[in-house]
Design a protein around this ligand. Sequence first.
Ligand code: CP
Length: 305
Amino acid sequence: MKHLIDILDLSVGEIDELIELAESIIAHPENYRESCKYKKLATLFFEPSTRTRLSFEAAMLELGGSVLGFSEAQSSSASKGESVSDTVAVVSGYADIIAMRHPKEGAPLVASMHASVPVINAGDGGHNHPTQTLTDLLTIKREKGHFDHLTIGLCGDLKFGRTVHSLIAAMSRYADVRFYLISPEELKLPSYVKTAYIKDKKIPYIQTTSLESCISELDVLYMTRVQRERFFNEEDYIRLKDYFILTPEKMTLAKEDLCVMHPLPRVNEISTAVDSDPRACYFKQARYGKFIRMALILKLLEANA
Ligand code: CP
């Protein structure tokens, strides 16, 4: 049984295959319209989502399949105390594949141990978000053409930003990559991520609190929102939420071919005045999410056929 719980469940070669399939779907969507006929995707979302849930659902519908599920814990029997393991054991009888988002780190892993169909981690707490990383990798491939020799700035909430943790793990496998870790002191990258994917792999990195000091060096700038829902007190959130704001003035310091990414949702960290800059890739990035999820659903159903 093949699941996707962590981006490193996929080899570099498997990621290349998924990207190739997503690009084929983008070029010829008509070839895939019946690929999942009679198959069902269950979206079990115990935490809010716009992009991940709706792009998974659009992906399955565009493959000719159907979707069922819930978008909040309150409308499921989790509100009556049902466990994740019981929930997926039951849903395995209703669907061919499950995408799960949960506020607790490790919940999708537990689900994968009790499901009889493939489980995809659609975001677990402040831990991982592997399908966002697949989306990010497809964006980088289409915008920069390659993964090697890139200087990547990760800016904002590097502590709770699960998309950042998964992206660093994925990018650490490519040659001649450098990271700028740009965050307030309180929202620095967790040491377990820094040790495993940067220090132990001897990847050059600079940790800084200033976006202006390094923006001119970057090939990719990955902005993130301060994760209000993971703060213990509102005062700290309010103090840190506008620490970084990407503006047209800051963009004048950047390379002409910088690729600005953001997993979205955005709050204040990118001024809307940046949206019309050709280097702003975040809405394209959200669109690519549907195609890479189509590729993932196809591959997982094929692997488990
Ligand atoms: N990027 C992302 O995970 O967005 P949602 O929370 O809207 O799914």
